[in-house]
Design a protein around this ligand. Sequence first.
Ligand SMILES: Cc1cc2nc3c(=O)[nH]c(=O)nc-3n(C[C@H](O)[C@H](O)[C@H](O)COP(=O)(O)OP(=O)(O)OC[C@H]3O[C@@H](n4cnc5c(N)ncnc54)[C@H](O)[C@@H]3O)c2cc1C
Length: 368
Amino acid sequence: MVGAGIVGATAAWQLARRGVRVDLVESGETGPATAAGAGIVQPWRPAASGPWADYSDLTGALYPQLAADLAAESGQDPSYAAVGGLTVSRDVAGLRDTATALESARLSRGWTGVGEVALLAPGEATERFPVLDPAFAAVWTGGVGRVGGRQFRDAALVAAERAGAVRRPGRAELLTDGGRVRGVLVDGQALDGDVVVLAAGAWTTELCAPLGLRLGLGPMRGQIVHVELPGRETAGWPTVMTLGEEHGHHYALAFPGGRVVVGATREAGAGFDSRVTVAGQHQVLDAALALAPGLADATVLETRVGFRPVTTDGYPLLGAVPGWAGLVLATGLGANGLTYGPLTGVLAADLAVGEQPPVDLTPFRPDR
Ligand SMILES: Cc1cc2nc3c(=O)[nH]c(=O)nc-3n(C[C@H](O)[C@H](O)[C@H](O)COP(=O)(O)OP(=O)(O)OC[C@H]3O[C@@H](n4cnc5c(N)ncnc54)[C@H](O)[C@@H]3O)c2cc1C
């Protein structure tokens, strides 16, 4: 296993608990997406239909149980909670359309993960997220969750180790033998294995380059700000997103202890430049105040920067690589990897042991 983000850590845990011998190699790059991710778990974005549909349904169905299993097997809190979500706007007609579409999809597709759907008038949304601009109306979806990427990843690492996985700090390079990947080289030491699972996020492209593979995968920088509302209990606050592009890709969510997270930039041209920039900081805080003016007096705690692993067509890379026996790719979840990462880790584990995953992964074939 290469990469200990949410995908690789989950896959290592899933393999180890099946009794498979696992070496988990992690190089500690600057800006791993999992450590910066906001944590909104909303498995009916980005699309309710097409290749994402079954994947989304399965994610919605599995996430709460997977988080509960992880808590039990790691003894740590993976920090997942079904807090519900607000999609806010001043466009009440647009919100009504969204609520109707969600409700009918919930009934027709059996989307239990969406939870209760309700239209909230201006003012009502503020009762649930008290620093929100009271002029916003909202659609409430009770099934939205939030998760701390670092906590989920760390719990998965502990559970993996408890089940027998061995963590190997260092940068992996692929070792090949004819048309087969036979293992990895880590700081000069060869680790042989039947299968190498690459879950190296945005760095997967450079790892595969020596094999002549062109993946159509690269980094999209995100800058995201954590603030604190001293003395406020925020653990149960819902996530807040905007309808369409009203405020770009901006949102807010909360964690226990008064911590509110506001994000995020989406910067496709920044490469692996991990700096916090003036424009990025300004954009995020400006949008945060437009959404939630009650944050004006919050304390700025930190800005995190991470590289989302994005593909040119927006679909993940999940599956074996034709022409290279012993290689499985599991990455490319872009802006939705804290939502889809745990399921992707589970399915990568299935693929590594030669089991048929329960959903059709053809659209996500790495060689498409
Ligand atoms: C600002 C921001 C906000 C986000 N918000 C959300 C959100 O609200 N909801 C949501 O669902 N998703 C969100 N995401 C997306 C999500 O965080 C990512 O899609 C997800 O974390 C990707 O996980 P990963 O395991 O594929 O990659 P990563 O977390 O990037 O992990 C890859 C790991 O591989 C390691 N690695 C790289 N090269 C090597 C090598 N050669 N050898 C060994 N190890 C290596 C790296 O050090 C890294 O730890 C957000 C992302 C960002 C940046």
